[in-house]
Design a protein around this ligand. Structure first.
Ligand SMILES: Cc1ncc(COP(=O)(O)O)c(C=O)c1O
Length: 477
């Protein structure tokens, strides 16, 4: 394939992309694919001779597309959104064409400076205050790992990096029991050990209890442990619960512990001033992560990690072999020196395209609609006798369950809801996922796809209601 073919096929790929996005609503959100179907359609061995792009593209349409779960579908209400948008896709194409490695300033001056600059735009947009340095990570999990590694090294005065953890005091990390699994993963990957992640008691509102946090730190110190970090959640994955940041982060600060806020999903909503109350106190934190690739119309991977001390991050991550020595541009950090990864894509370009193509007001309007629709749908479902709302709408997320008249909590009701959810997802009109909340199996509705419109919310309600009918009959028998 020659560069000229790229121009020709690029036009065809662009046409294909626009039609795909235009026709998503007519496709099932999840494909009726069974495990093994895709591999069974592929040759066992790679081709020895070159194949034509015509053939490759035809197979892409025939063998790949029908077996994709359509994350950009307007009725994708599962997990959390993983947004994309036309300007973001366009920038991804250009990023792939430039194919630059953005490890050092000199390997990509624009890549480096735009990452600093666009993250400063995002900092301003979200109102998290002054004094942050931004790094685009592959995901929130990588940002949280970077935060926990920094906390570990800071507590050990960077002795772990030099000598390893053997012979060092046992470190402790404190978190909300509802924090994302990436916190636990960061704790074991950083060598702190899973058993040293302390899940702090919560108040009735699912926030870590500040007194319980203080008491846990004191008890650990008395027992000879070395407390090092507090990891808070803003917009939890299960049902959207959050820590009250101001009191919890104040305990971390007063105790001299590094603090990290995982706002992977909810962080994008902070671009709307009316949603910032939930983040009151965020400026106290040492580290915050939010994912434009979840809810800010920007393709994966684009996770915005903000740290107060880029020097601490750099002391933790940096290594400079002779072949990577460069003259640091004055005041500019080479991104590979503040990241786990060495090679890095030009990820800031798509965020720059998105922010410019929508404007802050355009992005706010999309998020406000999602939040409004989640509230309206939760209200309708909550008012329908066969359903029960199991958690209130928090931004674009709420949960519910089927609750036939006279049914009682327990395994039978959980099983009924699992079968109901399966029926909803096999139908393909909408896609929902489950969680366990307060010990009960519940169904999450997460509204945040770029393409969702008001009519999709009506379709969601009608689908849920229609598919519940046989289950109500089953329950009555
Ligand atoms: C609250 C929260 N934190 C972290 C993550 C992990 O995000 P990523 O896939 O960007 O690593 C998720 C993913 O859904 C999440 O919901």
């Amino acid at each position: 394939m020659k560069n000229r073919d790229l121009a020709e096929w690029g036009r065809r790929a662009a046409d294909w992309s626009a039609s795909y996005l235009d026709t998503l609503s007519d496709r099932p959100v999840r494909p009726p694919t069974r495990p093994g179907d895709v591999r069974a359609s592929l040759p066992a061995a790679p081709p020895q001779e070159a194949e034509s792009v015509e053939d490759i593209f035809a197979d892409f349409e025939k063998l790949v597309v029908p077996h994709m779960t359509n994350w950009q579908h307007p009725r994708f209400f599962a997990y959390f959104p993983a947004n994309s948008s036309p300007p973001s896709v366009l920038a991804e194409w250009l990023t792939a064409t430039l194919a630059a490695q953005c490890l050092l300033w000199q390997t990509s001056p624009a890549g480096t400076e735009m990452e600093i600059h666009v993250l400063d735009w995002l900092r301003q947009m979200t109102g998290i205050g002054e004094g942050w340095y931004g790094v685009i990570q592959t995901g929130a999990a990588m940002a949280t790992l970077s935060a926990i590694l920094t906390a570990r090294e800071k507590a050990l005065d960077w002795a772990g990096k030099e000598h390893g953890l053997a012979g060092q005091p046992v470190l402790r990390v404190y978190t909300n029991p509802n924090s994302h699994s990436s916190v636990e993963k960061a704790v074991f990957l950083s060598g702190i050990g899973r058993e040293n992640l302390v899940k702090v008691d919560t108040d009735a509102d699912e926030s870590m209890c500040p007194d319980a946090l203080r008491a846990a730190i004191a008890a650990d110190r008395a027992a000879g442990y070395l407390p090092c970090a507090v990891a808070c959640v803003l917009g939890g994955t299960s049902v959207g619960g959050s820590d009250k940041l101001e009191p919890v982060l104040s305990v971390a600060r007063d105790e001299g512990l590094f603090s990290h806020v995982d706002a992977a999903w909810a962080g994008s909503a902070l671009i709307c001033p009316e949603f910032r109350d939930m983040a009151a106190g965020i400026e106290i934190a040492d580290s915050v992560v939010m994912n434009p690739h979840k809810w800010l119309m920007t393709n994966f991977d684009c996770s915005a990690h903000f740290v107060k001390s880029v020097d601490d991050l750099k002391k933790t991550m940096s290594i400079t072999p002779a072949y990577l020595v460069t003259q640091d541009a004055e005041g500019i950090h080479d991104y590979s020196q503040v990241s786990v990864e060495l090679g890095r894509r030009f990820r800031a370009l798509k965020l720059w395209f998105v922010i410019r193509a929508y404007g802050v007001c355009g992005l706010q309007a999309i998020i406000r609609n999602h939040v409004m629709w989640a509230g309206a749908l939760a209200k309708r479902i909550g008012a329908t006798p066969e359903f029960e709302l199991t958690s209130p709408p928090r931004l674009g997320l709420f949960s519910f369950r089927l609750r036939p008249h006279g049914s009682v909590d327990g395994e039978a009701l959980d099983r009924l809801n699992a079968r109901f959810l399966d029926a909803v997802n096999v139908d393909g009109t909408i896609y929902l996922t489950q969680t366990v909340h307060d010990g009960r199996y519940v169904i999450r509705v997460s509204i945040g796809a770029t393409a969702t419109e008001a009519k999709d919310i009506d379709i969601a309600y009608d689908t849920i209601r229609r598919l519940a009918v046989p289950f109500m009959a089953d329950a009555a028998e």
